[in-house]
Design a protein around this ligand. Structure first.
Ligand code: ARG
Length: 459
């Protein structure tokens, strides 16, 4: 027996089976079953308050909806032909269970305001989960930074040895970017957390529904302003996908640094996040990091693709909007995975003191040599030149910069004193002089750790 379509009234011809499949979203939107039912329960109460159904009918609807919920929860819900999306599937099953009263639930409601409500409820939950995963990641990073607070390493610009820094400062540099990601994610919630239900198909609700009641029932912070906009507003999805794209870009930068530091043995990666080669027995590959780096392409694609879907759409609901779910769900799954993996990577990362120290070379103190003279009153532009001459001299002699004698340096400028060796050729002193907020001195890094921790703890 052919199953009746919920919207079948005006149709006489059959739908092409290929069209049936093309149109079907249940394969992916079934994951919204719980929020779809929650929305329907709130709606059943609201239409009762509006006098559309009696209290007995409301209770019938509510108990039926609970039964449908139990079927999904126990994985016994049987999908039938004609269940084109989660909304039609749930309503079809409700009516099977409770009979014709089931047909009253959709009064004044459209799948247009229903789906918009469902996706917002769904993303609200997932956003909160992602917030806590990001918080966990940041905690792991601040712990690592605290544990190795004094450890020195070479800092790079243009992938060239630049100046000595602390390992903890490097960790916190990535934490700073991820903290902004967390703040952006938190900020988005206010735009996700708006109720579209009660907008009808596009024009509004004709039965005097109490949208404020619906808002409270579903825990939304606000009610959408305009029904035409409410049924097609997917800005919150575009915003989330853009957030994910930027966050995965940041994680790809973490990954790239670690791939380099792993290659130079400055850090050790746990076996838990590496894999071997099927052919070369000696290999231990940083696959977790390469996947983290690679996932950014996927997230960027989802964000760009979905913006392209939205571009030029006429008001109000159009089926193009069904294309919001696959990129959204895929991106949520990707974000859950990358945040967990990054947390695992940082939790098990071991900085290698010897290899980190081996990257420190006296030439990285050339700026400190110039700044020594600045402290003696010589203008920086001049000192930069003099230090450059010292680098050149050491290079010509084929010796490290630090082996130039006080006499060699005095020949370049009379202000160089006997204390150069002690003051300049010390990585530790170089680092401790960078004690302005944000810098690599121990106290500055500690303040950065405290700032991140206090934001995260207050959340
Ligand atoms: N499955 C649809 C979607 O995801 C639900 C809304 C359908 N609305 C409609 N008028 N056909 O967008």
């Amino acid at each position: 027996m052919a199953t009746k379509k919920l919207w079948g009234g005006r149709f006489s011809g059959k739908v092409d089976p290929i069209m049936e499949k093309f149109n079907n979203s249940l394969v992916f939107d079934r994951r919204m079953w719980a929020v779809d039912l929650a929305g329907s329960m709130a709606y059943a109460k609201a239409i009762c308050l509006a006098g559309i159904i009696s209290e007995a009918e409301r209770d019938e609807l509510l108990s039926g909806l609970l039964k449908v919920k139990a079927e999904w929860a126990e994985d016994t819900f049987v999908v039938k032909d004609g269940d084109e999306d989660i909304h039609t599937a749930n309503e079809r099953r409700l009516t099977e269970i409770i009979g014709p009263t089931g047909g009253k639930l959709h009064t004044g409601r459209s799948r247009n305001d229903q789906v918009a409500t469902d996706v917002r409820l769904y993303l609200r939950e997932e956003t909160r989960r992602l917030q806590s995963l990001l918080v966990e990641l940041l905690h792991t990073m601040t712990s690592l930074a605290r544990e190795h607070l004094p450890l020195l390493m070479a800092g790079f610009t243009h992938l060239q040895p630049a100046q000595p820094i602390r390992f903890s400062h490097w960790v916190m540099s990535h934490a700073a970017a991820l903290l902004r990601d967390l703040q952006r994610l938190v900020d988005q919630e206010q735009r996700i957390n708006v109720l579209p239900l009660g907008s009808g198909a596009l024009a509004g609700h004709a039965f005097g529904i109490d949208r404020e009641f619906l808002r409270q029932e579903l825990g939304f912070a606000g009610v959408s302003l305009n029904s035409l906009d409410a049924v097609c507003d997917r800005d919150f999805i575009a915003e989330f996908l853009s957030w994910a794209a930027l966050t995965t870009v940041h994680l790809s930068q973490v990954a790239e640094d670690l791939i380099i530091y792993n290659y130079t043995k400055q850090v050790g990666l746990s076996d838990a996040y590496s894999t071997g080669s099927s052919l070369m027995p000696q290999k231990k590959n940083p696959d977790a990091l390469e996947l983290l780096r690679g996932k950014a392409g996927r997230a960027l694609g989802a964000a760009t693709g979905f913006l392209a879907t939205l571009k030029g759409l006429p008001r109000s609901y159009n089926k193009d909007l069904q294309e919001d779910k696959e990129p959204l769900f895929d991106t949520i799954d990707t974000m859950v995975a990358v945040l967990q993996i990054t947390t695992g990577v940082f939790a098990t990362l071991t900085p290698n003191k010897e290899a980190l120290a081996a990257q420190l070379v006296p030439e990285m103190l050339a700026t400190d040599l110039a700044e020594y003279l600045v402290r003696k009153g010589v203008p920086f532009r001049e000192t930069h030149h003099i230090s450059g001459a010292a680098v050149k001299l050491a290079e010509e002699r084929g010796v490290p910069l630090s082996s130039l004698t006080a006499g060699d340096l005095q020949a370049l400028h009379p202000c160089f004193g006997e204390d150069v060796a002690e003051e300049v050729w010390s990585y530790e002193k170089s680092v401790e002089r960078k004690n302005a907020p944000g810098g690599t001195a121990m106290a500055s890094v500690r303040a950065q750790i405290d700032a991140v921790e206090s934001y995260v703890t207050a959340l």
